[in-house]
Ligand binder design. Structure first.
Ligand code: G6P
Length: 366
């Protein structure tokens, strides 16, 4: 059946609002909520794995970057991340015990598919995290792990991304448990926090009107710099990608710690900074980046939580307050804010949100 926009102005908006539902559905494919554990995946043995290679393009590659933080910190599983177009042409070196995970909404992106074929030919176990069950990647990989986002029409990926994160978060908990890094009680606690994500995303989506208002101003920025640390660094990359794709404003994502190694030179009055700064262990560090760019004239939008908002009150130009969420859920919930921000800037600029110029939904020809 043809996908319909329903009450929404654009498919992208509809897909942003579908996220609590489809993320919940995707989580259910992995999480056994009653037993308080993640179901093992046939064909994946995280205990026997020495390294996980993670490969994708665009938004899917940013989901993989976030997963790298999770797999390494929670499961002690070394991860090597790469974008498919680089991976496939750089003669990658492998280790015994390597497995390779390919992330793709369509399952058809040419570079990611070729990267999968390369790993398969090298004898690695290949795992495809795809949203399209009958795709080439799903057919060719040794193991398929699904996202259940349903058809995504907007060229700028939204719900596929958060479903990828939901699946990857579940797999990170599974890996941690299989590798002896989480006790059954700790797994149960992680499972409970995973299951809380859809409701938290709903709460986050309720700040739509504030974002709409902020976006009227942001639409006049000449450059928008997104900053974050840890998992919010890849989310900063994703925020910048969304904004540039649909609003055509020059946007860049940077690790907040790299600010002084270049991007601070760009800061002047018509530059806006979106700082993703939840009140976590690295908050003080991101806060000092906010102070530095503010002192140089940037307008700063802080995406944070209640505790962060209290501290940033007099320092940021505007604050978007998300529900208080820690751990695996945090970047998934915060993703809704960066998506809505890009969406409303594009709406204010009057661009073709669902069909941005020069871009394709799926790049099946190199
Ligand atoms: C294109 C799309 C992006 C997507 C990327 C990877 O660039 O516009 O939204 O993230 O391809 O696509 P895939 O289907 O492999 O996830």
């Amino acid at each position: 059946a043809m996908a319909e926009k329903g009450n929404h102005r654009h498919f992208m908006q509809k897909e942003i609002y579908e996220q609590p539902e489809v993320v919940g559905r995707t989580l259910s494919a992995y999480v056994d909520a009653e037993a308080g554990r993640i179901r093992p995946v046939e064909g994946i043995d995280f205990a026997g794995m020495s390294r996980l290679l993670v490969v994708g393009c665009g938004t899917a590659s940013y989901a993989g970057l976030i997963a790298e933080y999770w797999f390494e910190a929670m499961a002690g599983l070394p991860v090597d991340n790469d974008i498919a177009s680089e991976f496939r042409y750089r003669d990658p070196a492998f280790l015994p015990g390597d497995a390779a995970l390919f992330i793709s909404q369509s399952g058809e992106t040419a570079d990611t598919l070729e990267a999968l074929r390369l790993c398969k030919a090298a004898g690695l176990k290949t795992i495809a995290l795809v949203n399209t069950p009958h795709s080439s990647m799903a057919r060719e990989a040794d193991v398929v792990v699904p996202t259940l986002a349903g058809p995504e029409v907007g060229v700028a990926s939204t719900k596929a991304f958060t479903c990828q994160l939901a699946a990857l978060a579940s797999l990170a908990v599974l890996a941690a448990s299989q590798r002896g890094k989480l006790s059954p009680e700790a797994v149960e606690a992680e499972v409970a926090s995973l299951m809380a994500i859809p409701a938290q995303m709903n709460a986050a989506l309720a700040i739509e009107q504030e974002i709409d208002q902020l976006a009227t101003e942001l639409a006049h920025a000449s450059i928008v710099l997104y900053l974050g640390r840890n998992v919010f660094f890849p989310l900063a990359l994703e925020g910048a990608l969304k904004l540039k794709e649909i609003s055509y404003i020059h946007a860049e994502g940077y690790a907040a710690g790299e600010l002084k190694h270049g991007p601070i030179a760009l800061i002047e009055d018509d530059v806006a900074v979106v700082a993703i700064a939840p009140h976590d262990a690295l908050f003080a560090k991101t806060r000092s980046s906010i102070q530095e760019v503010r002192a140089r004239g940037a307008r700063v939008i802080a995406i944070t939580d209640k505790a962060g908002a209290d501290e940033l009150d007099s320092e940021a130009s505007a604050i978007l307050k998300l529900p208080d969420v820690k751990g695996l859920a945090a970047p998934i919930v915060a993703a809704t804010a960066v998506q809505l921000l890009a969406y409303y800037v594009a709406v204010h600029k009057g661009t073709d949100v669902d069909q941005p110029r020069n871009l394709a939904k799926s790049v099946t020809v190199e």
